[in-house]
Design a protein around this ligand. Structure first.
Ligand SMILES: C[S@@+](CC[C@H](N)C(=O)[O-])C[C@H]1O[C@@H](n2cnc3c(N)ncnc32)[C@H](O)[C@@H]1O
Length: 300
């Protein structure tokens, strides 16, 4: 059965004739929008496309054309991936990081001295707009970047090409890595796994272990439970927090905040420890504005 077009779904939800709507129709200003019209629109779209979005997203995307394009992109998203990255972050031109993360630079330099990089395969788990992929490719590694967001991957692809670099990019879910066992010498996770529920992190860590060679290296940066902004969201009961009302995470969404025992349970049970560092920044009043676990491991 073919899926109804967004125009038909929206007309149904708003109780108006589809012929009164066009691709340029702006939903936020439709006369029936405010009498809870937006709620029915979101429910109709979610039901037919099988993905969740907030009504603010629909409001922000405004025209039916934009909304249709958004849902087409979301349809291609993989399962454990939170579609908010596509709809509210990268799709809005936010967080398209250009520069490599300092922790990735220092991990790389201490783990692989120059001369030990050729033919080393590195996986960047959650590569976003390719900031760390470009750094790793420039340093001489064979790099593969994966992410659930096609928009971010497209930006990464363009920037890699502009730089004249080579790297492989693939749309993929952390829960099912499409690589052979023992394929990589190293896996890098710069604050990507931390934006998932505990159960997804657990499955993804099994996958990371599987795709690493024995003795392969793994770097993972995870938000710590000491982050003050964590209190602005609703705890989901597994260490993850969502629906932030204020602070840094209001612009990011679902985040897992680890205690030391989470690091031990999730990572320590699967990998050999190289280093576990906890770094915090306070604002001078004792408020912890940044708290992160920087962890390095080896596959047994
Ligand atoms: C905070 S961003 C980090 C991006 C990049 N590593 C950096 O250093 O700028 C987290 C990334 O992980 C991706 N991501 C999170 N969970 C994912 C999942 N389950 N499957 C695929 N991608 C995921 C998001 O799309 C996003 O690009």
């Amino acid at each position: 059965m073919s899926r109804p077009q967004p125009i038909e779904l929206v007309a149904e939800a708003l109780g108006c004739d589809a012929s009164t709507l066009s691709d340029d129709s702006r939903l936020g200003t439709h006369p029936k929008w405010d009498s809870l019209g937006h709620v029915s629109v979101v429910m109709e779209l979610e039901k037919h496309y099988g993905v969740a979005v907030s009504d603010e997203t629909i409001r922000r995307y405004e025209s039916l054309r934009n909304i249709r394009e958004l849902f087409e992109r979301l349809e291609n998203c993989t399962s454990s991936f939170n579609p908010r990255w596509e709809s509210e972050i990268y799709g809005q031109g936010r967080m398209l990081n250009r520069e490599p993360s300092e922790v990735v630079v220092s991990f790389t330099h201490t783990t692989f001295p120059p001369g030990y990089r050729a033919n080393r395969r590195v996986l960047d788990l959650g590569c976003g707009a390719g900031n760390n992929v470009r750094f790793l490719a420039r340093e001489g590694f064979d790099v593969v970047g994966i992410d659930g967001s096609r928009t971010a991957l497209e930006v990464a692809r363009r920037r890699i090409e502009e730089d004249g670099l080579k790297a492989e990019l693939k749309a993929m879910d952390f829960g099912a890595l499409d690589f052979a066992d023992g394929h990589f010498d190293c896996v890098i996770d710069r604050c990507s796994l931390t934006h998932n529920r505990r159960a997804v992190i657990s499955v993804a860590l099994d996958e990371v272990r599987r795709v690493l060679k024995p003795g392969g290296f793994f770097f993972s940066q995870v938000f710590s439970a000491r982050m003050a902004d964590r209190e602005h969201g609703e705890p989901l009961g597994d260490g993850a927090v969502d629906h932030f009302r204020a602070g840094y995470f209001a612009g990011v969404g679902l985040t897992f905040f680890a205690e030391r025992r989470d690091i031990d349970q999730l990572y320590g049970s699967r990998f050999d420890e190289r280093s576990i560092l906890h770094s915090t920044d306070e604002d001078g009043t004792g408020r912890v504005v940044s708290a992160l676990w920087n962890t390095a491991w080896r596959r047994p």
